[in-house]
Design a protein around this ligand. Structure first.
Ligand SMILES: Cc1cc2nc3c(=O)[nH]c(=O)nc-3n(C[C@H](O)[C@H](O)[C@H](O)COP(=O)(O)OP(=O)(O)OC[C@H]3O[C@@H](n4cnc5c(N)ncnc54)[C@H](O)[C@@H]3O)c2cc1C
Length: 240
């Protein structure tokens, strides 16, 4: 298949995931086709400001055909325009998917430990969706660091996927909850000691980390420094 071209696409619908985070469901135009992989990102821009481009990980997966989904946090110029202004019926320019932040589903028997903070969860929704729909035997453990329970993106969808897929675990750690909060889950940062309790077969474990530079750097240090695993077992997607 020829490489997909740059295309103007219709934002078919939008969904506020949190007060500062929006998913755009972007429809492929007629005749558009595209080979891509779960975990890749698309590059977006508005036709009225073609030099201002921003990359967004696909929060949909490669089994989702006919559309892309991206989930964007209000940040600076692009994030604010999307979260505050983008609506169904608008059009946006899309460069085809790219990137090497890909889940290792083959050979079978791998354990993917995915570390995310904030909106860095986006590509892992794709990982979990694809593995669940294909009923893969790949174990996926998502370690999601958020400040409070109000910051968890895709909570319901991950809980649903967990119910369908016994190989998937969605483990949230809250770093800034008040002592009075009834949250029964884990509190505090993702520490090496905690991660070590989750690794059962180090040779077959692949770590992923996605999001802002500070979180990704910390995860890299944890995997290659504290756990002593080689670079090939640590796949990183740094956003800034
Ligand atoms: C491969 C990849 C995948 C990504 N996937 C996602 C994703 O799934 N979801 C997502 O939300 N993001 C994602 N990002 C990040 C995204 O590309 C943008 O970097 C992000 O949306 C910020 O762009 P912006 O135009 O909104 O912010 P910019 O305008 O570029 O601003 C960046 C930062 O600077 C600050 N800033 C801007 N102007 C000023 C100023 N005058 N004074 C002080 N501070 C200022 C802003 O508050 C912001 O924090 C990804 C990045 C990469 C590389």
């Amino acid at each position: 298949m020829a490489k997909a071209p740059l295309a103007e696409m219709l934002i078919e619908s939008v969904k506020m995931e949190l007060p500062d985070t929006k998913t755009m469901h972007i429809k492929w135009p007629d005749g558009y086709d595209c080979e891509f992989k779960t975990g890749q990102f698309i590059t977006t821009f508005w036709a009225d400001t073609p030099t201002y481009k921003r990359a967004y990980s696909l929060s949909s997966c490669a089994l989702d055909r006919g559309f892309f989904e991206v989930t964007i946090k209000r940040e600076g110029k692009m994030g604010t325009r999307v979260v505050d202004w983008a609506k169904a019926g608008d059009k946006i320019m899309i460069l085809p998917p790219a990137g090497r932040f890909l889940p290792v589903y083959d050979p079978p028997g791998k354990h993917l430990i995915c570390i995310a903070g904030g909106s860095g969860i986006t590509p892992f929704r794709g990982f979990a969706r694809e593995a669940t729909r294909r009923q893969l035997d790949t174990r996926i453990t998502i370690l999601y660091s958020v400040r409070t329970t109000g910051d968890i993106i895709f909570n319901e969808e991950f809980r649903q996927l967990e119910a369908e897929n016994p190989k998937l675990q969605f483990l949230v750690s809250c770093t800034r909850l008040g002592a009075e909060d009834p949250w029964p889950g884990r509190r505090g940062r993702i520490t090496p000691e905690y991660v070590k309790t989750l690794v059962t077969d180090a040779a077959n474990t692949v770590f992923y980390a996605c999001g802002p530079a500070a979180l990704v750097d910390a995860a890299e240090h944890l995997v290659m420094g504290d756990l002593g695993l080689p670079k090939q077992q640590c796949i990183l997607e740094k956003w800034g």
